[in-house]
Design a protein around this ligand. Structure first.
Ligand code: SF4
Ligand code: SF4
Length: 370
């Protein structure tokens, strides 16, 4: 319900694409512009770099550590909001606690500590294909052996295996910093995600094409490292594609668009439309154990589940049809189950091959969260 007074107006305005939401959008865009392009030149004019002096003043190695600090503060502050809103829901409390822990330690403190001890900066919470350069030979050759083993085993074994058992939620909603920010600081904007069928069509193409591109770029960069000196044109192509991927996918889509559009387009724009890790885990999820189950004939069609699904899934349509579902894009945030006034939805990990098997194995395989 909308609160009265100036605070009520502000809360409603900023979360419903009002003037304050657009102001926030512009401020975020400016912040990212100066982070990425500060200190460079544009059309011959130097762009101010306000963040490097701040980072130096705080004793940080570079401005991206300061960015990490801001990001971490946003996740912690948003996490407190989550605790206040959903403190009664064990799944949300545990999930948010893990998200905060991962951000504070693996995504912020550990990389900084590594730099202090003159080790390569390494983010244990990110893996290939999200962190595509972890499979580039130039990065691999600089990695200490334990980091390399972690990266290879994590990307090629742990990610798919946990995907089979728990769906993409174990990574997208518990570990990844992009999802972490979306589900903490971005929480007030989750209902803004587009639910149109056109966006779903776009999502199916865009996210899988990004995954294909990530695979192609990785393969070309590795091949170019192996044989590129004999084929200069091939090496040039690989370098161009690598730069294209770095600029468009990593910088523009993941780094900038993914966060800047929160106040007007909702959270998870990057995760939903472009993240190669989400695409990979989504494909695995379709054949794995994770699903959302629906209690028969309980839905009153209020539409809250659909409204608050940050991935734009029409959850109500499944609930109305009494149909359990597995959607590749579902990140298992659990908010559809949380907001449902009738307790219709449950997030479960199970593999119902036939009704008989489901009956006998359900107590062993089911792990439900609401
Ligand atoms: S369907 Fe439910 S659990 Fe899945 S992303 Fe949407 S709100 Fe989250
Ligand atoms: S929130 Fe619950 S009752 Fe409302 S439409 Fe969704 S499943 Fe049905």
């Amino acid at each position: 319900m909308r609160q009265k007074g100036a605070v009520g107006w502000f809360k409603h305005d900023i979360t419903h694409r009002g003037i304050t939401a657009w102001i926030l959008f512009v401020l975020l865009a400016l912040m990212y512009f100066f982070f990425y392009y500060g200190g460079r030149t544009l059309f011959g004019a130097p762009i101010p770099d306000p963040f490097t002096p701040i980072a130096q003043g705080l004793g940080m190695p570079h401005k991206w550590t300061f960015y990490g600090l801001l990001y971490t503060i946003a996740v912690v502050a948003g996490g407190v909001l989550m605790f206040r809103r959903y403190g009664h829901n064990r799944y949300q409390v545990v999930r948010t606690s893990v998200v905060i822990f991962v951000q504070v330690t693996l995504a912020f403190a550990v990389p900084w500590i590594l730099l202090i001890f003159e080790q390569p900066e390494f983010y244990f919470s990110y893996l290939w294909p999200l962190q595509i350069e972890y499979f580039y030979p130039s990065t691999i050759l600089e990695m200490p052996l334990p980091f390399l083993l972690y990266s290879l085993i994590g990307s090629l074994l742990i990610v798919p295996l946990l995907g089979v058992f728990y769906g993409k939620r174990w990574y997208c909603s518990w570990v990844c910093g992009c999802g972490g920010l979306a589900n903490t600081a971005g929480e007030p904007f989750r209902h803004l995600s587009t639910k149109s069928s056109a966006s779903w069509l776009f999502e199916k193409w865009s996210v899988h094409l990004t995954l294909l591109l990530a695979l192609l770029v990785t393969a070309l960069v590795v091949a170019s490292w192996a044989v590129g000196q004999h084929y200069p044109r091939f090496e040039e192509t690989a370098v161009s594609l690598q730069s294209f991927y770095g600029l468009i996918v990593v910088t523009m889509l993941s780094g900038i668009i993914g966060v800047v559009v929160y106040p007007i387009g909702g959270t998870r724009v990057w995760c939903r439309f472009f993240c190669p890790m989400a695409a990979l885990l989504g494909l695995i999820q379709k054949f794995g154990r994770f699903r959302i189950t629906v209690k028969d004939d309980m839905c009153i069609s209020c539409g809250l589940c659909t409204k608050y699904c940050e991935m734009g899934i029409d959850v109500r349509a499944y609930a109305q049809k009494n149909q359990d579902f597995v959607r590749a894009s579902c990140v298992g945030c659990g908010l559809c189950a949380e907001v449902c006034p009738r307790g219709v939805l449950r997030l479960e990990n199970r593999m119902p091959r036939d009704p008989q098997e489901t009956l006998t194995m359900s107590s062993l395989l089911s792990r439900s969260y609401q």
